[in-house]
Design a protein around this ligand. Structure first.
Ligand code: NDP
Length: 243
């Protein structure tokens, strides 16, 4: 079988870890990035190996320009090719407009928007026909049902515009670009038993949190050959939060 290689940013925990292991089960060798927790990253690399694929973990802060480029370069140097880029690393600032700081705005834009752009630009240099770019947005890009998440919602909404444009740029090369907008998924970032969880469940058509597997299964499909006609769009997997 032809070797296929995927990068998943923020792949050491939560949604990213679920995607990384699922892609390994699909036959990809997988490069994950992480920011701080090397032990968690090592556990995901072991889970990738358990699927019979090669995994490597790279400490790379998606909010730093140098790290964005270095991550893609490392993956290509290690495996010699790149087929799928999943930009998953993100931060969830929770602050009303009165409390928001310049530093918070800059850091959130750097990680949630600029990082995705630079990783995609760099990855595009190495992808061929059949390449896939998948950005993890948020259902809050489409609907903002309560206060204090305007900054987060704005950064996630930006990804849809970027994906639409990039799909046009890369379509002639046979590369697709899409956003997946998850609803509430039970992770360290948004635990199903967290303080605001009941409020969030109250907005959902299916009033329960999703699992990382719910998102990983969908990303797996988008990364597959079967999804070759889907590009330039944002797809929602949110238990009806935005219904
Ligand atoms: P988690 O906090 O559970 O996991 C975050 C992952 O990203 C970890 O692997 C972490 O590594 C890594 N990470 C954090 N900061 C950086 C950074 N600066 N550079 C590289 N990697 C980093 O988050 P989730 O899995 O819940 O969220 C993943 C994505 O999904 C985010 O973009 C989030 O906005 C989005 N999302 C999540 C939803 C949810 O309900 N959970 C809903 C909608 C969207 P380390 O441990 O080393 O810090």
């Amino acid at each position: 079988m032809t070797q296929r290689v995927a990068i998943v940013t923020g792949g050491s925990r939560g949604i990213g870890a679920g995607i990384a292991v699922k892609l390994a089960a699909d036959g990809f060798d997988v490069v994950i990035s992480y920011a701080r927790d090397a032990d968690a990253a090592a556990r995901v690399v072991a889970d990738i190996a358990a699927q019979g694929r090669r995994g490597i973990a790279v400490q790379a802060d998606s909010g730093r320009v140098e790290d964005n480029c270095a991550l893609i370069a490392r993956a290509v140097a290690e495996f010699g090719r790149l087929d799928v880029l999943v930009c998953n690393a993100g931060t969830y600032p929770y602050a009303g407009v009165e409390a928001m700081t310049v530093e918070q705005v800059s850091r959130t834009l750097d990680l949630n928007v600029r990082g995705v752009m630079l990783e995609a630009i760099e990855a595009a240099r190495h992808m061929g026909t059949g390449g896939r770019m998948i950005f993890i947005g948020s259902a809050f890009a489409e609907r903002v049902p309560f206060a204090n998440i305007s900054l987060y919602a704005a950064t996630k909404a930006a990804l849809a515009g970027f994906a639409r444009g990039l799909a046009r740029d890369l379509g002639p090369r046979g590369i697709t670009v899409n956003v997946v907008n998850p609803g509430p998924i039970d992770t360290d970032l948004n635990p199903a038993d967290g303080a605001g969880a009941d409020l969030i469940r109250g907005f959902m058509a299916l009033p329960h949190y999703g699992t990382t597997g719910d998102i990983a299964d969908f990303v797996s499909y988008l990364a597959s050959e079967k999804a070759g006609f889907i590009t330039g769009t944002a797809l929602t997997v949110d238990g009806g939060l935005t219904a």
